[in-house]
Design a protein around this ligand. Structure first.
Ligand code: HEC
Length: 118
């Protein structure tokens, strides 16, 4: 009986002491399905996680500008031609501008939804 208890204790300790799990490498599925997902994942995952993309919501024009910014500021290989169109189309479709909560801040509980007022 003592042995069982000791074994259980050992297990509990081992579980508790286990190092934090490495995050799984991301797969394409981290991004919403759609034409261009594979290309986008391939072009963007080299430098940062998809979370950086997923938390953004931009118009097609702003996504297009962002591609230049990524190249000029962050050294991304320039995206051009059909591949650029594919990727920007995908981003605009999958991550359109979000209304209401810029930066993910909570809604203001004191404001009545403005609905069509915007
Ligand atoms: C060569 C490296 C590199 C590549 C490739 C790259 N990025 Fe970035 N990106 C960065 C860096 C560096 C930042 C700024 C640091 C950060 O916010 O983590 C950034 C930031 C961002 C941001 C946040 C912008 C903001 O508002 O702060 C978005 C969105 C983004 N990247 C989208 C993309 C998309 C979409 C692709 C693929 C088409 C891509 N990135 C490819 C380096 C890269």
């Amino acid at each position: 009986m003592r042995a069982v208890a000791a074994a259980l204790l050992g297990l509990a300790l081992a579980a508790g002491a286990a190092p934090a799990q490495e995050p799984e490498p991301e797969t394409e599925e981290a991004l919403p399905a759609g034409p261009g997902r594979e290309e986008t994942f391939g072009a963007c995952i080299g430098c940062h996680a998809t979370a950086v993309i997923r938390r953004s919501g931009l118009s097609r024009e702003r996504w297009d500008e962002l591609m230049d910014w990524m190249t000029e500021r962050h050294g991304m290989a320039p995206l051009e031609g059909a591949l650029r169109t594919t990727i920007v189309d995908y981003l605009a479709e999958a991550f359109p501008p979000r209304r209401g909560t810029p930066g993910g801040r909570g809604r203001n509980p004191f404001l009545i939804e403005q609905g069509s007022a915007r």
